[in-house]
Design a protein around this ligand. Structure first.
Ligand SMILES: [Zn+2]
Length: 160
């Protein structure tokens, strides 16, 4: 991406990319949650990822952890994380422990509850509901309720 193109990308554009990553995961048979990390100064994407619970047989690699891993060992204090679904407690904790300045959440219809946790730790939280992402996650939850539950609470919750 050239600098001029990047500088014109909006929050809604980055959220649309996070939702495309969620769609990729859904198409792979996984949980449809995606995330991108953007450098606040350059407006460029420096990390991206999606949930890999089923694809990697990974019990906790969420969209957010996947994007953070992709970005690598950088200073996150001048970055924004865009996630297609409201973060779980583990991801919200990782976000403030790594010092992100801002999180943009694309879906508080299917999940919510960690905005206050992030705000209390000094992270700016903005809600930017993406209708396509909301519909995708709702479809996944209706089709694969056990996979959804496992992603949030583990197999012990599914076996109850
Ligand atoms: Zn998570």
């Amino acid at each position: 991406m050239d600098d001029d193109f990047s500088s014109h990308l909006t929050d809604a554009d980055f959220m649309a990319i996070a939702v495309l990553l969620a769609q990729k995961s859904y198409d792979e048979g996984g949980c449809p949650i995606g995330a991108v990390i953007v450098n606040n100064a350059t407006n460029k994407i420096i990390g991206k990822g999606h949930n890999t619970l089923t694809q990697e047989n990974h019990p906790y690699n969420h969209g957010e952890t996947s994007a953070i891993r992709d970005a690598g060992r950088i200073d996150f204090s001048q970055t924004t994380l865009y996630t297609s679904l409201c973060p779980c407690v583990v991801c919200a904790t990782l976000v403030y422990m790594r010092g992100f300045s801002r999180v943009v959440v694309g879906d508080i219809t299917n999940a919510l509850g960690t905005e206050a946790l992030l705000q209390e730790q000094g992270v700016q939280v903005d809600i930017l509901e993406d209708q396509q992402g909301i519909e995708l996650y709702a479809r996944f939850r209706a089709e694969k309720p056990e996979q959804d539950l496992e992603d949030w609470q583990g197999l012990s919750a599914v076996q109850k």
